[in-house]
Design a protein around this ligand. Structure first.
Ligand SMILES: NC(=O)c1ccc[n+]([C@@H]2O[C@H](COP(=O)([O-])OP(=O)(O)OC[C@H]3O[C@@H](n4cnc5c(N)ncnc54)[C@H](OP(=O)(O)O)[C@@H]3O)[C@@H](O)[C@H]2O)c1
Length: 291
């Protein structure tokens, strides 16, 4: 393994993971690359020293295609000799009828999703298992209670929550040890700093895993148009996307961005962000963009 990528603690788990890590969603959802390109990108992430791959049972085109991403990861890891330093983080609790994203937080749905993920990922224990999205029809305590049961049964090693508010996180913490929160956050969408979620996670030893770190497929083209980002990128001789990723690691010790590339070029550019050194004034200027 290339040890050049910085490592960060995954909450209180005692595991260290690369920051950035890799989010594999786009390799299986609409607009995905062909299978061979997808496997090449995943393999390049591993070769570069990425130690956490993020997925979900729901990452595919629709209900019939659920598990596409988990199968892809299992195959690629198998070809790479199943390195024991890779943590695959997956999620349950969302269904894909007709390609839509619908929460299903019923305990029985989560138990069944977990069994399917174990089978597809060819393992007896999921390293990190998230509730993908709270379901407004099911008390969060019930959904999280199912995760706690799976942990007690040895099917899940560490528990995470995704798309959660601070209130939902606090309610869940009464039921189970939460190792990671995964929410959307970027220079363009700084909500979880504005509302205190990131500092709360830092104070409580919870990793904050950043989804959509450059704004996702539909908004990442806006990053180079942000004047403060463009200026910093010019000074550092870096791309605006790399500056945006570097900023995510600078705001707190517990943030772990998930690069969401489908092209090798985007992956390598994202990983180059670890070499950038922004001044305190520059990080503050990006923060000041919010509000
Ligand atoms: N829990 C949730 O509900 C949730 C929601 C969203 C995402 N996620 C997780 O977060 C991961 C990342 O999210 P995302 O895929 O939306 O990430 P993202 O990195 O914000 O957006 C991905 C898009 O940005 C482009 N991009 C990324 N890095 C680039 C770079 N350095 N230069 C130029 N373009 C770049 C990619 O282009 P190319 O494709 O052309 O390479 C792709 O179109 C997902 O894979 C998933 O694991 C979770």
């Amino acid at each position: 393994m290339n040890k050049d990528l910085p490592l960060r603690a995954l909450g209180t788990s005692t595991l260290m993971v690369s920051a950035p890590s890799f989010g594999a969603m786009r390799l299986s959802t609409a607009g995905r690359p062909d299978r061979s390109t997808a496997r090449q990108v995943l393999r390049a992430a591993l070769d570069a020293g990425v130690t956490m791959i993020d997925t979900s049972d729901a990452y595919g085109l629709d209900s019939a295609d659920c598990g596409h991403n988990e199968y892809l990861i299992a195959e690629t890891l198998c070809d790479a000799g199943n390195p024991d330093w890779v943590l695959v983080a997956t999620k349950g609790g969302v269904k894909r009828p007709g390609g839509a994203w619908e929460p299903d937080g019923r305990p029985e749905a989560i138990r069944s999703a977990c069994e399917n993920s174990l089978r597809r990922l060819r393992t007896e224990t999921l390293g990190l298992y998230y509730l993908q999205k709270p379901d407004s029809r099911v008390p969060i305590e019930d959904s999280v209670g199912a995760l706690a049961d799976l942990r007690r049964a040895g099917k899940v090693r560490f528990v995470g929550l995704s798309n959660v508010s601070l209130n939902q996180l606090q309610a869940a913490m009464a039921e189970v040890t939460v190792t990671a929160v995964q929410n959307r956050f970027s220079v363009l969408y700084q909500v979880d700093l504005d509302n205190g979620t990131i500092p709360f996670c830092a104070r409580n030893d919870i990793a904050y895993v950043v989804a959509n770190p450059v704004g996702g497929r539909n908004r990442n083209h806006l990053i180079p148009r942000v004047p403060v980002i463009a200026e910093i990128a010019a000074r550092l001789g870096a791309t605006p996307h790399a500056v945006a990723l570097s900023w995510l690691c600078s705001i707190s010790d517990n943030t772990i961005p998930l690069i969401g590339a489908t092209r090798l070029e985007s992956l390598l550019d994202g990983l180059s962000s670890t070499h950038l050194q922004m001044s305190p004034n520059e990080t503050a200027a990006i923060r000041a963009m919010s509000g």
